[in-house]
Design a protein around this ligand. Structure first.
Ligand code: SAM
Length: 242
């Protein structure tokens, strides 16, 4: 997969690409990320990429010319998904991340200031994505969130020991609680079942805890699930104990 990023502040993104899973998947050739400075496509001697809004008002707007030129020079085979990171976009979810991880070429446009000229959105943007209902000062961090989330589900990014299979949202459930050594810390003991070595019981316990945690923190997720009688019993116990 290739991801081209157009940003006014590439230095926000570059260091994170050199770390951990994102570095590993790039080194293995599973992901190519190029971060470009939008100013490289500015045409005046000041390298300006923004201008005042027509109609007045506060804030600057990213001009259309550099964005149109940049996208046309990067999208040579016209098959890229041109993504604008914006608080007005489709909320980013794990299923959307997984769908996007199957694409061959993404071009990510990071806005700044008040945003981008509307004609860019109308003519060249194919997908708009929001990373949440809040406003960031620029799209760089949002692009990084998207790249990180996609990078870790690409084949070969995670080893078996860190598989994404039980992560939150992968099965419409939040993840179960985790413990490591010591078995007792300040009087708090690790649940006995985890020390039992009984894989079937451990699996059952983890599933039950994931179910309870989801019911407590994100009951909306359970609406997508068809729960078995056993699962309904677990939730009933939770209700009775609260
Ligand atoms: N005026 C815009 C609005 O209200 O929709 C917000 C502009 S924001 C200050 C500057 C840039 O940050 C946006 O163009 C976008 O690229 C990025 N951005 C801000 N919040 C975001 C979010 N929740 N998700 C994705 N990108 C975001």
């Amino acid at each position: 997969m290739k991801v081209d990023v157009l940003a006014l502040f590439p230095e926000i993104i570059a260091p994170a690409l050199q770390t951990g899973i994102l570095k590993r998947i790039q080194d293995a050739g599973g992901l190519i990320v190029n971060v470009y400075n939008l100013r490289d496509w500015a045409t005046d001697k000041h390298k300006s990429v923004d201008d005042y809004p027509y109609g007045g008002g506060a804030g600057m707007i990213l001009k259309p010319e550099p964005l149109f030129s940049a996208v046309s020079s990067l999208n040579t085979s016209s098959d890229a998904n041109v993504v604008f990171l914006t608080p007005q976009g489709t909320p980013l979810t794990q299923p959307l991340v997984e769908a996007m991880s199957l694409e061959a070429h993404l071009i990510l446009i990071c806005g700044r200031y008040k945003g981008i000229d509307e004609r860019v959105r109308q003519q060249i943007v194919t997908t708009e994505i929001s990373i949440g209902d809040y406003v960031l000062s620029g799209g760089e961090i949002a692009a990084l969130v998207l790249i990180d989330a996609i990078g870790r589900v690409l084949p070969g990014a995670l080893g078996d020991f860190e598989s994404a299979h039980e992560d939150s949202f992968s099965q419409d459930l939040l993840d179960h609680p985790h413990y490591t050594r010591p078995a007792e810390y300040e009087g708090i003991e690790v649940p006995e079942v985890l020390l039992s070595g009984h894989h079937e019981n451990i699996k059952k316990w983890r599933h039950g805890e994931a179910l309870k945690r989801t019911a407590q923190h994100r009951p909306d997720l359970l609406q997508n699930l068809e729960l078995s009688d056993d699962e309904l019993d677990i939730l009933k116990t939770l209700k009775n104990s609260s």
